[in-house]
Write a protein that binds this ligand. Structure first.
Ligand code: GLA
Length: 401
């Protein structure tokens, strides 16, 4: 009998209580408040956010909570509870943060505060004591990094301004979090994760257009159709600052630096430019082809979603996985195995790839069989045991207490 586990999450109240208890234990007082931000699942529109494309993510009920109090100085002191119950504690002076300087995981936390101050989203350079507890699995492609950045960002914003961020401020905070990730952590990611974490809403998916820099919320009414979105975390960990993500992005940026946003280019224009400039034409056609087709597919998927046409939507999801596997080449044997075991329709990898999770939009009645098929395929191939979660759209970053 193949064994598998479900990913567990706490209620917002329980998460806030745990963050408060950790803050008390680490800093000897109660925090000023507790803020939380969610991880996200990207339903379709993968590896296009840095190329003017369109993505359809939603915020998950899996969140990171940050219990926070401002300090008199400019230090950020952060304590984070790890899954084994131990606590990692680190500190940095905001005045010492520089692009390219390596401050480890504090890059997500203090890096975001630093970047928000640099951009003017925060008026004062104020140090913070921070206690972090997380329900977002690390390295699963569900964006624990954005949850970390955005929980701290909304906390720092409210402590600085005396009120929570409105939509305009949320855009500034998304940019700051992205800058922290690019310039301080050293991961050249786009803005998908932070936008989903800051703007998600219960029951809704976001259609984000990275060309017009706009987004809209659309109903994600799968329950009406007896469908569920199953997440299968392959537990083959991924990191996005190890060069693989950057190498895919490098090809796209090379074209965009010469010709402008991929959103306004055709395959023929790119092929002609690659030929004239001595580029590897086959490689460039595959990589940019993924972006062009995935964006076109996601625009059509948004229409299908709004029309409630989930058969079409699920076909696009399968096409998306094939393109990520064959053209962008960011899947792994674990991801391909899980997607295949989940069936030919509605299954695809989600997030940056190179490990992490697969999602499957399937009939509720098929959950048991699908979970068993994915787990036993992993077992047969000697892969790590996957963990599962039924995802529903939750709220974006906000104050809990
Ligand atoms: C990671 C990055 C995002 C996006 C996705 C792929 O999650 O952080 O910016 O590029 O990969 O869609």
């Amino acid at each position: 009998m193949t064994s598998y586990k479900w990913i567990e999450s706490r209620t917002p109240d329980a998460l806030a209580a745990d963050a408060t208890a950790l803050f008390n234990a680490e800093f000897g007082t109660a925090p000023t408040g507790v803020w939380a931000a969610p991880g996200r699942v990207n339903v379709i529109g993968e590896h296009v956010d840095y190329a003017g494309g369109v993505c359809i993510p939603f915020a998950l009920p899996l969140q990171i909570a940050a219990a926070v109090t401002p300090r008199e100085d400019t230090k950020v002191v952060a304590a984070s509870q790890k899954t084994d119950g131990t606590v990692a504690r680190a500190e940095v002076d905001l005045k010492d943060i520089r692009p390219g300087g390596d401050i480890g995981w504090l890059g997500y936390v203090a890096g975001t505060v630093w970047a928000a101050h640099e951009s003017g989203a925060l008026e004062n350079l104020t140090g913070l004591n921070i206690a972090l507890v997380s329900d977002v699995p690390l390295g699963s492609g569900l964006s624990s990094s954005a949850a970390l950045e955005c929980s701290v960002a909304v906390a720092a914003y409210e402590l600085d301004h005396g009120q929570g961020p409105d939509d305009a401020a949320r855009h500034q905070l998304a940019d700051a979090a992205m800058r922290a990730e690019n310039d301080i952590v050293g991961a050249s990611t786009g803005g998908l994760d932070q936008t989903a974490s800051l703007f998600g809403a219960e029951g809704k998916a976001l259609v984000i257009d990275f060309d017009s820099h706009t987004h809209r919320l659309v109903n994600f009414d799968i329950a009406d159709q007896d469908l569920v979105l199953l997440i299968a975390d392959t537990n083959a960990p991924h990191e996005l600052n190890d060069g693989q993500y950057a190498s895919r992005r490098g090809v796209i940026d090379d074209v965009q630096n010469a010709l402008g946003s991929l959103r306004h280019l055709s395959e023929e224009q790119i092929a002609a430019w690659a030929h004239e400039n001595g580029k590897d034409a086959t490689l460039y056609a595959k990589r940019t082809g993924h972006v062009l087709h995935e964006t076109a597919r996601t625009l059509q998927a948004a229409d299908a979603l709004e029309a409630g046409d989930f058969d079409t939507f699920r076909r696009f999801m399968a096409d998306s996985h094939a393109s990520l596997r064959d053209d962008l080449e960011v899947t792994t044997p674990e991801l391909d195995s899980a997607a295949e075991a989940a069936g030919t329709l509605g299954a695809r990898m989600t997030g940056g790839g190179f490990g992490g999770a697969v999602i499957a939009l399937i009939a509720k009645a098929r959950v048991g069989d699908t979970v068993a098929a994915i787990a036993s395929a992993a077992e047969e191939k000697g892969f790590a045991e996957p963990t599962f979660y039924i995802a529903t759209p939750g709220d974006g970053a906000r104050r809990l207490v």
